[in-house]
Ligand binder design. Sequence first.
Ligand code: AMP
Length: 195
Amino acid sequence: MTPSAAEVVLFMGPPGAGKGTQAALVAEARSLTKLSTGDMLRSHVKLGTELGRRAQSLMDEGVLVPDDLIIAMVRAELDQMAPVRVLLDGFPRTTGQAEALDALLDEIGAPIGAVIELKVDPDELVRRLVGRARAEGRRDDNEETVRTRMRVYEDQTKPLLDYYRSAGKLKQVDGVGATDEVFERIGEALKAGAA
Ligand code: AMP
């Protein structure tokens, strides 16, 4: 049975922090729909849609797809949900996206419950991303693009952590360890008050 109350959880963290894996587990455990903007864009690329064509070269370079395209894509999904029970993985990534999300959730009447930041040190991130490149063959996991994606995270996405910290929503979780250990930590963080 789907719970009837709205719930919105955000997952943030640098590329390679394990967001995708943990987001899937947490979404399943809490009966939330996982929306990963990266996965959505990759499926647009695969299907050859107009959005996919516009996004592909930006994704290959490791830079962000323009806010208006991303916001429209997320809005279309949230508009279909009643109640809105969603785990957003990889969105928002810019101040503009965060503000648009606030406005959208305000409209819908579904406030952000928690923002999980998965923390992993940079050396460990590079090791993981190189491993993932071999295992999954993702085109944007080569060394140069990985470096760009990390810089983009530092410059454009990290400032959002302060935004959510000030709002009392940020919960920082150590992302190093076995999958089930990290999952436990996230569960605890979601139970506890904001960091
Ligand atoms: P991810 O799978 O989340 O690492 O995303 C892969 C790529 O998709 C990123 O490097 C960006 O080019 C693009 N992307 C995913 N989510 C967003 C977003 N919220 N805003 C802008 N670009 C995004």
